[in-house]
Each structure stands twice: as C-alpha cells, then as structure tokens.
Design a protein around this ligand. Sequence first.
Ligand SMILES: [Zn+2]
Ligand SMILES: [Zn+2]
Length: 258
Amino acid sequence: MKKGDHMKPLFDLHTHTLASGHAYSTLMENIEAASERGLVAMGFSEHAPSMPGAPDPMYFMNFKIIPDTIMGVRIYRGIEADILDFNGAVDVDAAMAARLDYVIASLHPPIISSGTREENTRALVGAMRHPFVTIIGHPDDDRYPLDYTELAAAAARERVALELNNSSFRPSTGRVNGRKNAVSLLNACRVHDARVVMNSDSHIAFDVGDLSLCEELIEETNFPRELVLNYTLEGLEYVLKEGVSLPDCEKLLCSSGK
Ligand SMILES: [Zn+2]
Ligand SMILES: [Zn+2]
C-alpha cells in the first residue's frame, strides 16, 4: 500500500434491526445500505435476550434460513451479548453461539451497574475468555471506567478485538467521553499490539457502514493501520468463528472497484 492510498473499510459487524426492540430498520434495509456503501460483508448483531425488548433465544436459532450472500454482501450472523457480572458471565451460551458466526460482548446500563475501574476491567477481561467472544463492544464509556493498559494487554493475549464504535463519537450518544477514552484505548493497543475493529453500532439503516468518525480518529492519532481489522479479509477472519467462510475474492475486487 502506497502512502496516501485511501484504504476503504470492508465490513461492519455491529448493526441492529427492528428485532432489537429500540432500532428502526429491517435486515433488508440494512443490507441495502451496506451494499450501497460498497461493503464486502455486513454482520447483524441484535441485542441478546437480557436487554429489555430484545428477541427471545428462539430468534437466534433460525438464522440458517438467511442466505450467506444478499445483494453481493456476505452476511454474518452475530449477537451483542450482555455482560452480566464482574467475572464476565454473558447471556449467550454455547448452544446459541454454535449457531452464530461471532459474538460481541458489551456492558449495558439496563443490565449491569458500574463497579470500580478494577471491577469493570475484570468484567471485560472475563468476557474475553469465553471461546466464542471475539469483540468487546464500545469499551469507551466513562459510565464504566476502565484500565486501558490492562484491557489492551488482555485483548492481545486472548486474541479478541476491541471495538472503535462510530456511534460513541456522535454528539447524540448516551455514552460519556467516548472519543477521549478511545484515544487512551488506541494508545494502549499500539503498545500491546492489540487489534481494533471499527463498527457502526447502527440502530437505523442510514448508519450502516458509516465508520467515518472512527477513521478520523485513526487518522488523527496516526494509529497503525495493521492493527485495524476492517481493511483486510485476514482482519475479518480474526473476529469470525473458526471455519466460517470469507467473502469470495472476485466479489471483493468488484466492490472495491466501486
Ligand atoms: Zn442498542
Ligand atoms: Zn451495545
């Protein structure tokens, strides 16, 4: 890659549909948006059953009927699990995870109240130890203070990606000091060689694949692109369950030529 070449994100794995109970688009509307943005892959990740308004566990058991590729976009089946305690227990079990391509684990206010910085960090590190958890969602919120050094070291060790969440950087976010914390996160990831994944966390189709604020921050902090997973298929593979197939390369060439 020559200096000055614009690298384009290939995928967005944190998106919600109507099924999450507080999101406003259908799966097809989200896929159309992903296709229009030229994404090669999109994952959908509804909130797991503990979240008020989230679907019943049954919802997550029938994803096999959804085609692997729709409108030229490779579709991945995920979930956003809730972290339930400071040991990192989550509301997704192995039977559910077996039907999914990847699992994000996050701290959410309706589910768990903040502990100390040490307890919150222990919760996220504990969540990383579930073999099916591959992404820690929005670790950037002062409603849950974190030790970024410890978090990045654990993420590198456990081979889990830390999320840069585009929604956390919007003025409308309910999260606190998202951008400032993301800078601390990136600094720690750089030191510990931990991987970062950019996601939209869209709750409406317009936001699917919008990673512009994440990219701005990467640019501003001169964060090494090699540690950002979204630019390569190897990066995508890093956060998918072993054995899940990647988008085919021909399609990749087509869409990156858009
Ligand atoms: Zn949500
Ligand atoms: Zn979340």
